[in-house]
Design a protein around this ligand. Structure first.
Ligand SMILES: [Zn+2]
Length: 174
């Protein structure tokens, strides 16, 4: 299992125990060159996976945030933690909420621009955040999504028909 073949040039040892990679970036590509999916959490935590490196045998907890920041959140797992996942279906507490992933994405300081102020992922994510933590405020949702509080609040209201028409027209071709 731990034999080192020609693919031993993995990036596992160079990463911190907790890391956030930009999806589609160079490091992300190098990481997934050797780390394969060893299990999906599934259910409500559709973003959560167990990864295992084919080169060095390292297990990783992988949270994929692909709605807002497009980032891969990683935590290095001990062999025992990986066993608990595969054997008993017991996952660590990390990345259990989508909000946790967004906080990590947000902390990277990347700029996110939505051409469509009412894009589907934006609305879905705002609604999910409130569904999983009803007391979360508009300003907090806005901060997590890189929006103003006013913009975040508007995601929960139906759009006026004329405004919708205008938005559709102005989004054409983008
Ligand atoms: Zn590795």
């Amino acid at each position: 299992m731990l034999e080192r073949g020609p693919r031993s040039s993995c990036v596992c040892a160079t990463l911190d125990d907790r890391a956030v990679l930009a999806m589609g970036g160079e490091l992300d590509e190098q990481f997934f060159e050797t780390v394969g999916n060893a299990g999906d959490h599934g259910g409500d935590q559709w973003w959560l996976h167990l990864g295992r490196c084919a080169a060095c045998g390292q297990h990783w907890l992988i949270g994929q945030e692909e709605r807002i920041y497009d980032c891969i959140c990683l935590r290095r797992l001990s062999f025992q933690e990986a066993e608990e996942i595969t054997g008993r279906g017991e996952w660590p507490d990390d990345f259990q909420t989508y909000e946790a992933l967004l906080r990590l994405g947000c902390a990277q300081g990347w700029t996110v621009t939505f051409l469509d102020r009412r894009s589907g992922p934006l609305i879905d994510t705002a609604k999910d955040l409130r569904a999983s933590r009803p007391e979360i405020g508009d300003a907090e949702i806005g901060a997590l999504l890189g929006l103003t509080a006013k913009h975040a609040a508007a995601l929960f209201r139906p759009e006026a028909p004329l405004r919708r028409l205008y938005r559709r027209l102005t989004n054409t071709g983008s």
